[in-house]
Design a protein around this ligand. Structure first.
Ligand SMILES: Nc1nc2c(ncn2[C@@H]2O[C@H](COP(=O)(O)OP(=O)(O)OP(=O)(O)O)[C@@H](O)[C@H]2O)c(=O)[nH]1
Ligand SMILES: [Mg+2]
Length: 484
């Protein structure tokens, strides 16, 4: 487009804008005139309405533009309470070796006085290459294939500040079927004083989630954008601006680097010929050493508190998982014990043809035992109310339960040899199993006695006639009756 044409278009644009402004001004003046000619009461009414609208708009703008509060770092339970939970698990024969060695590692690292840095991020972002550039003499394995690093490895050297440091190379996250390795990587990130989160371009929603997870522990964190050699200067600036927006102020700094990789170019020789050359690109760490010096300046001892907090938070999660597994196994044992007693009780007390009635004392014992297992306090009134509801459920469901028991007797003919009353015995196994499992699942999920939830689960379980469940209950009934 010629310069004169561009000038002409600009002049037309300016004239159009001026005309628009003039029209808007004229309209405003005529509105003002009409406003002034209105009776005073109406003027006040319209003025008041306008003032309310402006005030609401201003409030909305202030709310939208308010500075975001940084998220409060995760607070882990104290060490003593974790140790006693781990000891309790050990008493109950759960495998807690992994938890105890994590505590040991926590102490070992504190005593070593070294600064620990973890390099974390998705597969193939160049974490291992970055470590090779950061720790002279280290040779972590690096490859174009994702999932090259499969174990956590430590490399020791001197940090940019001159202090001794240990840099951890970890498996990359987001690898297909790499859950176990991802967990390893996360645990190692928790054990570090500071973390480099490495990406190689714009971050995905999953990566933003990982960054947030790391940020929640409040330790020094740098977002390192590797493979910067792939972009022009302006692309790099745009990328950093986008990452700044997406990373929500979580990292202490965002730094573009080029950790290595290969480059190819054509070399022109003196005789006029040319050849294609491939060589390893020299690493360019840019502002990374300076940023590392800054975030590690407080030193290992000062950063230890945040590190310990993160490790204990991770341990809390792992301990809770083990507790949940142990409770589930224990709940199963309790339900089985009470179902067995109900089977035996049924043979002793119930004449064939009588209605099915939940044996009160036994059922109350089951509820109490499960509530104690899940650490939920229950009153006698609550137990009575839960059992009243269970009895009501049963009154309408008796025919279903008896039909299931009848089918079980046909499916497992061995039961029939145990004599009359077996039908009821099996029915009680089904009832106690349903009540116990329903309650255990509800207590585990809600951490309280929720009658409606437990009741709904019990109704579902009474109708659950899965083959493996019926076989298990048939075996239990047979066993209980033979051992009687
Ligand atoms: N262009 C370019 N390629 C790089 C750079 N850094 C690493 N690479 C290449 O990226 C690929 C992955 O590098 P790795 O260091 O193995 O990546 P990683 O993050 O450790 O990968 P995993 O161990 O699989 O999680 C390799 O082919 C490297 O050569 C870089 O700065 N620029
Ligand atoms: Mg690697």
């Amino acid at each position: 487009m010629s310069r004169r044409l561009r000038l002409l278009i600009a002049a037309i644009g300016i004239a159009a804008l001026a005309w628009l402004l003039f029209a808007a001004l004229e309209r405003a003046l005529s509105l003002a005139q009409r406003f002034m000619s209105l009776p005073e009461g109406v003027r006040w009414l319209i003025g008041g309405l306008l003032a309310v609208i402006v005030a609401l708009g201003a409030a909305a703008a202030v709310w939208l533009l308010r500075p975001r509060k940084p998220r409060a770092p995760i607070v882990a339970p104290d060490r003593a309470s974790l140790e006693s939970r781990i000891a309790a698990l050990r008493e109950s024969d759960a495998d807690v070796e992994e938890l105890r060695s994590e505590l040991g590692e926590l102490d070992h690292r504190r005593a070593s006085g070294s600064i620990y840095l973890a390099v974390f991020g998705e597969i193939s972002t160049g974490k291992s290459k970055l470590i090779a550039a950061l720790v002279p003499g280290s040779t972590p394995m690096s490859d174009v294939r994702g999932g090259t690093t499969r174990e956590v490895a430590h490399y020791e050297g001197d940090a940019p500040s001159g202090e001794h440091w240990t840099v951890a190379d970890v498996p990359g996250s987001a690898e297909a079927d790499g859950d176990e390795r991802e967990r390893m990587a996360r645990d190692e990130a928790l054990r570090a004083h500071a973390v480099l989160y490495v990406c190689a371009g714009d971050i995905t929603r999953t990566q933003a989630g990982e960054l947030r997870w790391l940020g929640d522990f409040g330790k020094p964190l740098l977002l390192v954008v590797n493979k910067a050699d792939q972009w022009t200067e302006s692309e790099r600036e745009q990328l950093i601006a986008r990452l700044r927006e997406r990373s929500e102020g979580i990292p202490d700094a965002i730094i573009a680097v080029s950790a290595g990789g290969e480059e190819s170019f054509t070399r022109h020789l003196a005789d006029g010929s040319s050849e294609d050359v491939r060589r390893t690109r020299r690493a360019d760490l840019g502002a990374l050493p300076d940023a590392l010096r800054r975030i590690l300046a407080p030193g290992a001892a000062a950063l230890e508190g945040q590190r310990e907090n993160a490790v204990l938070a991770g341990l809390h999660e792992r301990t809770s998982e083990k507790e949940a597994t142990w409770r589930a196994v224990e709940a199963e044992r309790i339900v089985r014990r009470y179902a067995r007693r109900a089977i035996v009780g049924a043979m002793a007390a119930v004449a064939p043809g009588t209605d099915l009635v939940i044996q009160g004392a036994l059922a109350a014992g089951l509820v109490r035992a499960l509530a104690a297992l899940y650490g939920v306090r229950v009153t006698d009134v609550e137990i009575e109310s839960l059992l009243r509801q269970a009895r009501l459920t049963l009154r309408t469901g008796t025919s279903v339960v008896l039909a299931v028991a009848g089918n079980a007797l046909k499916a497992f003919p061995g039961l029939g040899t145990l004599g009359g009353g077996v039908l009821h015995a099996f029915a009680y196994a089904l009832i106690f199993d349903s009540l116990g499992r329903a309650l255990a699942a509800s207590l585990a999920e809600r951490q309280s006695l929720d009658q409606a939830d437990a009741g709904a689960r019990m109704r579902d379980l009474l109708g659950d006639t899965g083959a493996s469940r019926l076989r298990r209950l048939a075996d239990l009934t047979g066993e209980a009756l033979r051992d009687r």
